[in-house]
Design a protein around this ligand. Structure first.
Ligand SMILES: Nc1ncnc2c1ncn2[C@@H]1O[C@H](COP(=O)(O)OP(=O)(O)OP(=O)(O)O)[C@@H](O)[C@H]1O
Length: 369
């Protein structure tokens, strides 16, 4: 287990405060957050390139907080990869071994095996300067893994690569992780990357941890509006509690111009007149194209609103609609997504078209201010 407890450090006027999270051995943990939130500083401190002011870092029950980088038994791949341009691929990879004082001849077969596996076995004599972005990434991974490191720290490793290459490397990394039993701490901006690679996630903002949990928990119950935005909750709008029952709340949303019913017994402590932010993901909004509010048939939930299509565009997973509620305050633009495989169930859509949306009562996220 990698265990980080109460980590504090300073870089110029920026302060990282009381960072704590743990990564079970053999799992992958993603450190996410907006640009400049302190992710790289945390990674550099775990790698031993920065000094912690307070707190501790334990790896496999060994306190490594003050050890020099080469004694930490981990590999760090920085954003710029730090490959040596004057060396070829093999020399770069074997440099990792020399740093560890491994006898290179013993490890030669590991170099061959791993580079073959990473698909760069044929490039060992190639100069670093003549590699593509993906080949450089693979070389940096090989250099990190060949000495037998079981903890891999990766700082946005795939951000410079195009989508297809990124996906190929995600799968490769996942397989390597399982095959070699590696523990990974990865900094990323890419939610898809975080959700595909990681088992758990820590969200950092302004140098402090906002939420640290299993990835499913961060996705389904983000801690606050900032985390919700970061984890792709496209629709966040203000509302006021108007009434509450034992297992549901009635909320007035000026943006939609309707009273919504939201089902969640956790929220019933919220008193009438409390201001909240309501969130719902685009894919959870049901769009009905062949009904109007006058002839709206029975839909799965109460929360219906007439809307006008303001914009629509195709995305990888479906059709995105930007919808303006007809009876709202004019400030709310909702994003709805119709999955590609459901497109056959709605008639052709166009800008200016009237639709009816339904917001399932159990799909709301609620954030009290
Ligand atoms: N040596 C330094 N001196 C002064 N300030 C620094 C130093 N290193 C980092 N910072 C500042 O600390 C803050 C956090 O930096 P850090 O690199 O950890 O951010 P990050 O979350 O990794 O961002 P990004 O996602 O853009 O890489 C930033 O405001 C940065 O400018």
């Amino acid at each position: 287990m990698l265990e980080i407890k109460g980590l504090c450090l300073k870089a110029g006027s920026f302060q990282v405060n009381q960072i704590s999270f743990s990564v079970p051995t053999g799992s992958c943990h993603a450190l996410v957050g907006a640009t400049g939130s302190g992710k790289t500083l945390v990674l550099e401190t775990v790698a031993g390139l920065r000094k912690a002011q307070a707190g501790s870092i334990n790896w496999l029950n060994r306190d490594i907080t003050v050890l020099p980088p080469e004694q930490r038994e981990l590999a760090y791949v920085p954003q710029d990869l730090a490959l040596f341009p004057h060396m070829n691929v093999r020399e770069n990879i074997e440099y990792g071994l020399r740093m560890r004082k491994h006898h290179a001849p013993d490890k030669r077969s590991d170099v061959e095996k791993l580079t073959h596996y990473l698909g760069i076995g044929h490039l060992l004599d190639r100069s670093i300067q003549n590699l593509s972005g993906g080949e450089r990434q693979r070389t940096a991974l090989a250099r990190a893994l060949v000495p037998g490191n079981k903890l891999l720290l990766l700082d946005e490793p795939f951000s410079a690569l195009h989508e297809a290459m990124r996906k190929e490397l995600w799968l490769l990394l996942k397989t390597l992780q399982q095959q070699y039993g590696i523990t990974i701490l990865i900094v990323t901006h890419d939610m898809e990357e975080a959700f595909l690679l990681a088992d758990s996630v820590t969200f950092i903002a302004r140098g402090v941890v906002v939420q640290s949990s299993e990835k499913q928990q961060v996705y389904s119950c983000p801690a606050n509006v900032e985390t919700a935005k970061f984890f792709g909750v496209q629709n966040l709008f203000p509302a006021e509690v108007v009434a509450h029952k034992s297992d549901s709340l009635a909320l007035f949303c000026p943006g939609l111009g309707i009273v919504l019913q939201a089902n969640n017994s956790d929220w019933t402590r919220l008193l009438p007149k409390t201001s909240v932010t309501v969130g719902i993901r685009a894919e959870n909004i049901i769009v009905e194209t062949d009904v109007t509010m006058d002839n709206a048939r029975e839909l799965p939930a109460l929360n219906q609103a007439a809307c006008t299509v303001k914009q629509l565009y195709q995305k990888r997973k479906g059709l995105i609609l930007l919808l303006q509620p007809d009876n709202g305050d004019g400030k709310c633009l909702l994003e709805a997504e119709i999955a590609t495989d459901s497109l056959g169930q709605v008639s052709e859509l166009s800008v200016g078209q009237k639709v009816v949306i339904s917001l399932p009562a159990e799909q709301f996220l609620l954030f009290a201010e």
